[in-house]
Design a protein around this ligand. Structure first.
Ligand code: AMP
Ligand code: FES
Ligand code: ZN
Length: 315
């Protein structure tokens, strides 16, 4: 099979675009998709400083690599959750990539170590607070992503969520009619109030398979295994179901998620309260740490309070 853009041999067939590409043209295709996402969703400009949350997995390391290749000023943040060997292996991949990024582009890496700073790994914290591990983990990660982006004056925080992640999350939110989450499911979340960093997902136009191929072709060394805590998660089930639909009808995932974004843009045009205005009405600074929250004390501070067993008093 020949590449559709040049005379070389194709190595990947993108059924949803009816496009077979060679390694070089596929790499260009991925870069174009990310550049288009950044421009279309007004994520950030060439002079803005981006902090990429990197887990050691293919998506976030590929994202960091792509942003650097596109010439953006991108540094990274790794949160060590203290999940035994899995965290150790993930950190090793992040560190190796960061050393290269520092040599090539003077990029830097921040590391937040949960076992040292919070006093226990995420599994122990979840047990102490009677919360499912993934939910405690989400709270902690979101909190530190935002905190570190603001403390170091980054304009925007980027995560490696891809089309499969976003389509699966959309399916879950619709199945349970979690409309409040639907409102927040966007490739760009503006910094609606002071204390929140702008958050973006520049890989939302690319599938998991496309990013895995990009990582292999461009020799990005990443942790292949999933987090051991994610086994049996609903999101994995939704991804499997969407993959079955994708095989039968290529393009299902992108029609589903991009269609949602288009419909929502239209609905927001008819809605008299924008998301930013809504946030300004309901969010106030946490009385303990100052991050914006809908309650007097934010979820992170409540979690840490429960983990210590000492009630935190709001001032
Ligand atoms: P996940 O929820 O594990 O699919 O991760 C989604 C995105 O969150 C990844 O692409 C990363 O950008 C970010 N992320 C997840 N885990 C970590 C971590 N331990 N440290 C930094 N960023 C992370
Ligand atoms: Fe958070 Fe696995 S990455 S529990
Ligand atoms: Zn707080």
């Amino acid at each position: 099979m020949r590449c559709r853009k040049c005379p070389r041999r194709a190595v990947i067939n993108l059924a949803r675009h009816r496009l077979a590409l060679c390694p070089a043209c596929f790499t260009d295709f991925v870069h174009q998709q990310v550049a288009r996402a950044i421009k279309r969703e007004r994520m950030f400009g060439p002079q803005e400083r981006v902090l990429v949350a990197v887990s050691g997995g293919k998506d976030s390391l590929a994202l960091w690599a792509i942003l650097l290749k596109l010439g953006y000023r991108a540094d990274a943040l790794y949160v060590d959750l203290g999940i035994g060997e899995y965290s150790a292996r993930s950190y090793a991949k992040v560190q190796a990539f960061a050393e290269q990024a520092h040599r090539d582009a003077q990029a830097r890496l921040y590391v937040h170590r949960v076992p040292q700073k919070e006093g226990a790994g995420i599994r122990e914290l979840a047990i102490l607070t009677h919360r499912p591990t993934c939910s405690a983990c989400g709270t902690l990660k979101r909190y530190h992503f935002n905190r570190i982006a603001l403390e170091h004056h980054y304009d925007v925080l980027a995560t490696g969520h891809n089309l499969d992640d976003e389509a699966a999350r959309l399916l879950g939110n619709i199945l349970h009619w979690q409309t409040e989450y639907l409102d927040k499911q966007a490739p760009t979340l503006p910094a609606s109030v002071e204390g929140f960093a702008r958050k973006v997902k520049p890989l939302y136009r690319l599938t998991e398979r496309e990013i895995a191929a990009y990582a292999v072709i461009n020799r990005i060394d990443y942790v292949v295994e999933e987090c051991p805590m994610a086994k049996g998660s609903k999101l994995l089930l939704y991804k499997e179901i969407l993959n079955q639909l994708e095989t039968a009808q290529p393009g299902t995932k992108h029609r589903f998620y991009w269609g949602f974004l288009e419909k929502r843009a239209h609905l927001q045009g008819t809605n008299n309260l924008s998301m930013a205005e809504y946030d300004r009405q309901v969010l106030t600074p946490c009385t303990v740490c100052g991050q914006p929250t809908t309650a007097p004390i934010c979820t992170y501070c409540k979690l840490m309070d429960r983990a210590k067993g000492v009630p935190v008093k709001s001032s």
